[in-house]
Design a protein around this ligand. Structure first.
Ligand code: ADP
Ligand code: MG
Length: 258
């Protein structure tokens, strides 16, 4: 058998997949640059470590279940007046996840609640944290069906094991008292082990309304608020301010013809 082929098989049997895939390149580079044996080994090990790191990161991002990617670098702070530069930097540093602090982002539609929540979650995945994202509606569905549905069970296990749990759109739809109780149980379980980010269009006083139960609303808010920062994201809708349309203005059409 050809030596390169044999080496590749041996690399694979040792799970050195980067070395297997880039073997010719690694050897060629070493020959061209006449590097030392030590540097050659260094290149192999570094390549392997980076490959594993990138693979684990991609896995965390996939398992988090984001509906789409959003990045902190694209978050326009000058548009979002509710957050200072310093607060944004502190949030980006993610130490609040280690400290198991919760974050409640509240405000009307289009102000960037979901963008900020996903971007923080995405960054957390890059930094090695286990993250789970779900809308309140999907979460409630999983909580209700985890006993009978394998996919719900997998999702709930992921949520329970995550360092950061993002629950988007809390309060948009009313939930039943059984669902409210299941949600309370989850928040209690996650307390002291998982940081929670909640986005909501409801003020605290309105939680009673969508949960349909004043005692339950108080109990949930009590647990969530113990170690928590709340950011009231008011202001204009980014969507409305930056509305994009595909129909051309009448004026433009005429200009183009003339
Ligand atoms: P919300 O969840 O508050 O309804 P989203 O986060 O979904 O709003 O934001 C609506 C759209 O506007 C998204 O495409 C989002 O990326 C964008 N957006 C909102 N706020 C900002 C911001 N401060 N900087 C950049 N994009 C923003
Ligand atoms: Mg949203």
């Amino acid at each position: 058998m050809d030596r390169i082929k044999e080496l590749k098989e041996q690399a694979a049997s040792l799970s050195l997949y980067n070395t297997r895939d880039k073997l010719e390149e690694l050897i060629h580079q070493a020959e061209q640059e006449e590097i030392s044996y030590t540097s050659f080994l260094e290149n192999i090990f570094h390549g392997e470590i980076k490959y594993r790191h990138d693979k684990a990161q991609a896995k965390r991002i996939k398992e988090a279940g984001f509906p789409y990617p959003k990045y902190l670098k694209d978050f326009d702070l000058s548009f979002c007046k509710s957050l200072t530069n310093r607060q944004f930097k502190q949030l980006s540093e993610l130490t609040w996840i280690d400290g198991i602090y919760n974050l409640i982002l509240s405000g009307p539609p289009g102000v960037g609640k979901t963008h900020l929540a996903i971007a923080l979650g995405y960054h957390a995945c890059e930094e090695g944290y286990k993250v789970s994202y779900s809308t309140m509606q999907a979460l409630v569905q999983c909580l209700r069906t985890e006993e009978i549905d394998r996919r719900s069970r997998v999702k709930m296990n992921r949520i329970r094991k995550s360092n950061l749990c993002i629950i988007d759109e809390v309060g948009y739809l009313p939930i039943s008292s059984t669902e409210g109780n299941l949600f309370f149980q989850l928040v209690s379980e996650l307390q002291e082990q998982t940081a929670i980010v909640i986005t909501t269009n409801k003020g605290f006083e309105e939680w009673t309304e969508f949960l349909n139960d004043a005692a339950l609303a108080t109990a949930i808010l009590d647990r969530l608020s113990y170690r928590c920062d709340r950011i009231q994201m008011s202001g204009k809708s980014y969507r409305l301010e930056n509305r994009k349309s595909f129909l051309r203005e009448k004026g433009t059409e005429q200009n183009e013809i003339s």
